[in-house]
Design a protein around this ligand. Sequence first.
Ligand code: ZN
Length: 159
Amino acid sequence: MSIILPIAQRGEDVLKLIAAPVADTEFSTAWLQELAKALEATMLERNGVGIAAPQVYVSKRVIIVASRPNPRYPDAPEMEAITMVNPEIIAQSSQTVLGEEGCLSVPDERGQVSRAEQITVQFFSLKGEKIIQSFHGFPARIVQHEIDHLNGVLFVERI
Ligand code: ZN
């Protein structure tokens, strides 16, 4: 059983906040696991390829990145969904690429956004393990879009 959460829409205050980091004491807790499960279920139900906790009214630094082919992005590569806690871009290519983006919080609007082609992200697993991973192309775009949500920025502000 998965809980599907309502999605905050453009203009709502929760989408403009700087989300709070997940604290050391919150790793491995039931609530963090439940949040991650509900986030993923909500993302899948809306056919999204990524989601950030502020989009479900939880102003915490948790995102899910899940590139896969779908009606909106037929050429997207397939990857396992990755839940990232307290993600931080620690390196990025100077090369940028323009690509189309949409957002579950901005329905019926899409636009071309410039993003770094390659990034290296440091993040933590739900258990608090530190992970450093590099992404390029579409998955790198998703990570940048979702981290923007943690900093109160919507893609439409980058067009
Ligand atoms: Zn979004």
